[in-house]
Design a protein around this ligand. Structure first.
Ligand SMILES: *Cc1c(COP(=O)(O)O)cnc(C)c1O
Length: 400
């Protein structure tokens, strides 16, 4: 990560095609655009890459989550289950549609623990959002089986794992739909941008219309054409310039992942020389995107000592127990119910009665795991001397 490291002539050529027509908008202007439809082409290529029937581009990964949840019919009165280790965007989107986020533990995949998922399902559960965090697969086959038995849709938040798969089947294509982010730090980037994939044509049509103010896309699937509208919508339309960049970045995705794997393998090999250390559990190593190198130490004291050695060498690792963006007990705005809305929504009902209260101690299994996990982001390009320095530091840490 991220794709801007390989930004080059291919992206510039795609952007130039758009600038040559002067049409920055994905819909209409049929004559002026001379057949250039970059967002539509990006959607087609993305769906093909993922092996799904349909793809819908939107403005961000967070918008993708909101559009998908809305199209699935999720709203006030519903609960949506996700994991307590994810980026804040996942539960922001749940709150944004008026539903209540319910958090599960993570297991050694560092993703949703299917055993805890079973305990969290209620009659109000309207959707389950497993996240393929830090580039590696959630136990998605088990999760989809649990959901299917109960007729609950699964939305895979695949923002951090574009290009990942399990035995050839792409992440994001196991559930009812899957969402992606192309923000500045993701493996493939369009600056800002997002995508939703699905095999359900009706669901796709709803998403397509919703993200375009409810314009009727019926007579012209994926584009405008009709005069009617079935429902209210909003604007989450991707620009042609983003679609252009996405096409060039998608063509580089596999080679970026291959490069990351080599670096990740070298780092992990050195990390595993630390006594008692385990790699994160990866369901299919072939399909891992190697965007991050994660290793789990025997306890939090050891993790702290190891990281001290790494920091002294100038290559400290991320400990997500110390990071406030990705782990439940550190989301103080969620726990405190902080919102700019005067009525207190979405944490309080109109009238002020608190409708959601979270216990910071609710996820002890995750707290234990996350505190003893160290993580290196893996760039696409890493200078050899930097990699050597990191491997040496890890071996030094193994000796303390
Ligand atoms: C980045 C990210 C998002 C949100 O994507 P944006 O494009 O930044 O809105 C959602 N979920 C996860 C897990 C992410 O890492």
């Amino acid at each position: 990560m991220p794709g801007f490291e390989v930004f080059g002539a291919e992206e510039k050529k795609e952007i130039q095609d758009v600038l040559d027509t002067g049409v920055l908008f994905r819909y209409e202007f049929a004559e002026q655009r001379k057949g250039v439809y970059k967002v539509r082409e990006f959607e087609e290529q993305y769906a093909k890459y993922c092996g799904t029937g349909f793809a819908q581009a939107v403005t961000s990964g967070t918008a993708a989550l909101k559009v998908a949840l809305t199209a699935l019919g999720v709203g006030p009165g519903d609960e949506v289950i996700t994991q307590g280790f994810t980026f804040v965007a996942t539960w922001e989107a749940i709150l944004e549609v008026g539903a209540i986020p319910v958090f599960t533990e993570v297991d050694e995949t560092l993703n949703m623990d299917p055993a805890d998922l079973l305990k969290k399902i209620t009659a109000k559960t309207a959707c389950i959002i497993p996240v393929h965090m830090l580039g590696s697969q959630a136990d998605i086959v088990a999760i989809v089986a649990i959901a299917a038995e109960r007729n609950i849709p699964v939305l895979e938040d695949t923002a951090q794992a574009a290009g990942g798969h399990i035995r050839g089947k792409r992440l994001g294509s196991f559930g009812t739909c899957g969402t992606f982010s192309f923000d500045a730090v993701k493996t493939m980037t369009t600056g800002e941008g997002g995508m939703i994939i699905t095999n359900d044509q009706e669901l796709w049509r709803t998403m397509s219309e919703y993200q375009d103010h409810g314009h009727d896309h019926k007579v012209n699937p994926g584009a405008r054409g009709g005069e009617g509208r079935r429902f209210i919508g909003f604007n989450f339309r991707m620009m042609e310039l983003q679609g252009a960049i996405g096409l060039a970045q998608l063509a580089k995705l596999d080679s970026m992942i291959d490069a990351q794997k080599k670096t990740r393998d070298a780092l992990l090999e050195a990390a595993l020389t630390i006594p008692g250390t385990r790699a994160r559990k990866v369901i299919d190593p072939e399909g891992d995107t190697a965007t991050f190198c994660c290793f789990i130490l025997s306890d939090r004291d050891q993790a702290a000592k190891v990281n001290e050695v790494l920091r002294e060498a100038g290559c400290g690792a991320i400990n997500f127990a110390e990071n406030t963006w990705h782990f439940y007990p550190r989301w103080e705005h969620l726990l405190n119910g902080s919102t700019p809305v005067k009525s207190g929504w979405p944490f309080a009902e109109p009238g002020g009665k608190r409708r959601i209260v979270y216990d910071p101690e609710a996820l002890p299994q995750s707290a234990d795991l996350i505190a003893r996990t160290l993580v290196f982001p893996v760039p696409v390009k890493m200078a050899n001397d930097r990699l050597q320095l990191m491997c040496e530091a890890l071996k030094k840490a193994a000796a303390v």
